[in-house]
Ligand binder design. Structure first.
Ligand code: AP5
Length: 211
């Protein structure tokens, strides 16, 4: 059976962190729209220049741009055996668009309190080269600001600044949280408790998907 997974949940819920583990476990591609946008910003491509101020302010990129980007990935080979879409869809319009070109098998919803989210985002440090998510307290790199995995520079995302985090949480509640009801109505929603350490969450995930 192909696992066509979407990861839903507030910013900082641990979607990207778990996606890396699930990707290795199931040998399926991990597509993070946030990572794609950040790479475009770093490379200063036309897409990057267009979305930088939107992302830094904690707002959503428009649906047309985001859907077109994801569609490009589905036009490439490698998606037939399954996938993890991390951070997409984020609006009902994006979910409707996705349904026209792929069939989701599980909408995995990361259930977590705002206080934990704020703790995770407050300490997040990201590698500019490989994109790995470190955490200043829970999982720091051995040498400050240097990625253990690839030697890249480790930095704090602009949208992890307190004002942007508040905006992202608000946008999540207004535009993305309604997707849980959307996928529940289709019988596809899988709630997982996203508190605790990564191993515990992976165990919840495997149990929920009968893996
Ligand atoms: P995106 O990059 O998708 O951001 P997000 O959804 O806000 O998610 P995050 O990356 O903040 O958090 P996460 O849940 O992946 O948590 P993580 O694993 O890093 O999107 C960024 C922006 O791009 C959006 O705001 C928007 O502007 C734009 N965008 C993207 N997709 C879009 C779309 N579809 N439509 C429109 N716009 C779009 O973990 C967080 C921290 O906690 C890390 O430091 C990690 O090390 C730590 N941590 C994780 N799990 C644990 C654990 N179990 N215990 C302790 N620490 C943990």
């Amino acid at each position: 059976m192909a696992f066509n997974l979407i990861f839903l949940g507030p910013p900082g819920a641990g979607k990207g962190t778990l996606a890396l583990r699930v990707k290795d476990m199931l040998h399926i591609p991990h597509i993070s729209t946030g990572n794609i946008f950040r790479e475009a910003i770093t490379a200063k491509t036309p897409l990057g220049l267009k979305v930088k101020s939107i992302i830094d302010a904690g707002k959503l990129v428009d649906d047309d741009t985001t859907v077109a980007l994801v569609k490009e990935y589905f036009a490439q080979s490698g998606m037939q055996a399954g996938y993890i879409l991390d951070g997409f869809p984020r609006t009902i319009a994006q979910a409707d668009a996705l349904a026209l070109f792929s069939t989701v098998t599980h909408a995995v919803n990361f259930d977590i309190e705002d206080t934990v989210v704020l703790e995770r985002l407050g300490g997040r440090r990201v590698c500019r080269s490989c994109g790995f998510n470190w955490h200043a307290s829970f999982n720091p790199p051995k040498q400050a600001n240097v990625c253990d995995k690839c030697g890249g520079e480790v930095y704090t995302r602009d949208d992890d600044k307190p004002e942007a985090v508040q905006k992202r949480l608000l946008v999540y509640r207004e535009q993305t949280a309604p997707l849980t009801a959307y996928y529940r109505a289709k019988g596809l929603l899988v709630d997982i408790d996203a508190n605790g350490n990564v191993e515990t969450i992976l165990t919840h995930f495997k149990k929920a998907l009968n893996l």
